[in-house]
Design a protein. Structure first.
Length: 386
């Protein structure tokens, strides 16, 4: 079956669903069939489904559809396990599997792992997702997608085995940032919420009051101060990996009623989920070692910079003075990496500066619509015994 035939068959039955699409002709064909303010187009490989998951978490009463590809989902198979763990019943992931990277040409050199090695449906089921359907006809495609939209029993993954035919329908004249503004303004209007928070104020208006920070006591731990700083600065969504330096903060995030914590298997996955969460109106932060920043380079550059999406990054300075483990020897790359990536940051070496640095970072990134990094010195996150 052809991808555009699938799109034409399902488009007329959609109403207020939010749609995240893959790159190239997936985006072009869906735009040609159903151009709508509820579409975010041209999301990079390995990010479509994380974006959709984050959006579905932010807007649990709104149906979210991901139009991903076999290459995109194979880029980050761990997202399937995260979907199973979060159990968002409002999420329907459609993987358009043509068994190749067809937009780059046809031939053995463009075949994907799904052509003869991996069953994506099998991986999805083994990851713990119950509602998994592999379809090969347009009628079955419509039935599975409609079921995924209407069924509240859990997330749905539909693997559509399409052929290599493409409909050349022209490309979009919007860039990623314009598309992002259109998409977010649509969500703001239909959900009656404010997502874009520019820091500008009326001429002569006094600055908005600072958040009220709880006092820091001499015996307060770094982990508790960081958690309080996140909470007092209105962060309500956090992703991360297990990390000794952040262990206490992560435990506090997991236990807090005011905050949702999503554990991920790869920092780049978490960055993608945060992007979707921000698009839906949450205030996300990603907690990771500085080595995790390196692992997130693609998602940050291809996603957050393409669309203009802010994100608060809290990273531990492995390889800083006091490091005792061998894998920290690349830590001296951190600040050059941040500068080369055009990520504004603050290096915090005093616990009293931790909460204000979060406040200032949020203000800057809401204006700049770019990621901001709080780089925590090693002697704060892992203090040596006295």
């Amino acid at each position: 079956m052809k991808r555009i035939d699938c799109f034409e068959a399902i488009a007329g039955s959609l109403s207020d669903e939010l749609v995240i699409t893959n790159l190239a002709n997936t985006a072009n064909e869906w735009r040609a069939v159903r151009d709508n303010e509820s579409n975010l187009y041209f999301v990079g490989m390995g990010m479509v489904t994380p974006y959709a998951l984050g959006l579905s978490i932010a807007l649990p009463n709104r149906k979210v559809i991901a139009f991903d590809g076999d290459g995109g989902i194979l880029f980050d198979l761990s997202i399937l396990g995260t979907i199973a763990q979060t159990r968002q019943s409002n999420l329907c992931v459609v993987i358009l599997d043509n068994e190749g990277y067809i937009s780059t040409g046809k031939g053995k050199h463009t075949s994907s792992l799904s052509s003869n090695v991996i069953s994506i449906a099998g991986v999805a089921k083994s990851s713990g997702i119950k509602n998994v359907f592999e379809v090969k006809t347009v009628d079955d495609f419509v039935s599975a997608v409609r079921g995924g939209i209407e069924d509240d029993s859990g997330p749905t993954v539909v693997i559509a085995k399409i052929n290599a035919e493409q409909a050349f329908v022209g490309t979009s004249l919007m860039d990623g940032k314009e598309n992002k503004y259109r998409f977010v303004r649509h969500i703001e209007e239909t959900e009656n919420k404010v997502i874009l928070r520019p820091s500008a104020r009326e001429h002569g208006e006094p600055p908005k009051p600072d958040p009220v920070f709880s006092p820091i006591n001499e015996d307060d731990s770094f982990g508790d101060i960081l958690f309080d700083g996140l909470q007092e600065n209105m962060i309500n969504f956090v992703v991360g990996l297990p990390c000794s330096g952040f262990a206490n903060t992560i435990r506090r995030c997991m236990d807090a009623q005011s905050m949702q914590y999503v554990p991920v298997a790869n920092e780049g996955t978490g960055v993608g989920i945060c992007a979707g969460a921000w698009l839906g109106g949450l205030m996300p932060a990603a907690i990771m070692e500085n080595l995790g920043l390196y692992a997130s380079t693609y998602q940050l550059m291809r996603g957050h910079y393409t669309f203009g999406i802010p994100l608060l990054l809290i990273s531990e300075y492995r390889g800083d003075a006091g490091e005792t483990e061998f894998f920290g020897d690349s830590g001296d790359m951190t600040e050059p990496w941040l500068n080369a990536s055009r990520i504004n940051y603050r290096l915090v070496r005093d616990l009293s500066e931790l909460k204000p640095s979060i406040r200032d970072g949020l203000r800057w990134m809401n204006f700049g619509l770019r990621p901001y990094n709080i780089l925590v010195s090693f002697d704060l996150s892992r203090p040596m015994p006295q």
